[in-house]
Design a protein around this ligand. Structure first.
Ligand code: PGA
Length: 254
């Protein structure tokens, strides 16, 4: 694992955008795994700016998002499809045939999950997967549980995730309670993983995920077993690690 500590959120976002831009430059037909939430917003903005400045070509790139809420159509402003279209796909000129997100409106979510898993396989697997980390340690919507779910699946969101998501909805009843998410096995199959963590609220869970026991109660802890994980944390998100651990030799300050 390679840990980078960024001075602040802007620096974290720039560095993450650099890594994604490099992937696209080196392999124009790469397959990217993408994430939603507040954390990647700055990175997507930086990547769009960089793509314009440097004329990066995304025409052969394919993307797979981690998850989508069940019951929200792609044109719902809180759906992850809508978020991605606004933040990244439209600004980069990427079309629907290049960008994959589970269909939250599928009448048979189990079938949709299996279809999504197969589509990732058919694309040759994910080259670089972006992840955020939930305050409860979730990656994608793999919530704390007594086992690691393997494949893309329909999942019930925990109360802590539902409350964390409530800030985006007008009324509590509107907050989705289920999602289709890549499984832990799906995520671990990515050839390289970039985990971003920003803000003091992530300090404790980031330390537990990276230095604590590998347990499905902290789903992100499984990343300790992946051979090629990069983590970029801003200084406040890395504070608990800095306090409790010797930063690993590969760590670098940005
Ligand atoms: P956040 O969400 O980026 O909005 O903090 C991260 C996550 O839940 O994975």
């Amino acid at each position: 694992m390679r840990l980078m500590v960024a001075a602040d959120y802007d620096r974290l976002s720039e560095k993450a955008a650099d890594l994604f831009a490099a992937e696209v430059t080196l392999q124009p037909d790469c397959v990217l795994g993408l994430a939603t939430g507040s954390t990647p917003v700055g990175m997507y903005r930086a990547l769009v700016d960089k793509a314009r400045r440097e004329n990066l070509d995304f025409s052969q790139v394919r993307t797979f998002n981690l998850d989508e809420y069940r019951g929200l159509a792609g044109d719902h402003p809180q759906s992850y499809r809508y978020f991605m279209e606004q933040q990244l796909f439209r600004p980069l000129g990427m079309t629907a045939s290049q960008t994959f997100i589970p269909d939250g409106m599928a009448s048979d979510p189990d079938k949709e999950a299996a279809r999504y898993e197969a589509a990732i396989e058919a694309a040759g697997g994910i080259d670089l997967q972006l992840l955020g980390i939930g305050g409860n340690g979730h990656i994608g919507f793999n919530e704390p549980a007594d086992h690691f779910p393997v494949h893309t699946h329909l999942t019930a969101l925990t109360e802590s995730t539902i409350s964390a998501n409530a800030r985006f909805f007008d009324r509590m009843e509107e907050v989705p309670r289920e999602a289709i998410t890549m499984g832990i096995g799906t995520i671990l199959k990515a050839r390289r993983i970039l985990l971003l963590a920003s803000g003091a609220g992530k300090a404790e869970i980031l330390w537990r995920a990276l230095y604590g026991p590998v347990t499905p109660q902290v789903p992100a802890s499984i990343l300790q077993l992946h051979p090629d994980v990069w983590v970029i944390a801003d200084r406040v998100a890395a504070a608990e690690i800095a306090k409790r651990e010797k930063l690993p030799p590969q760590h670098e300050d940005l």
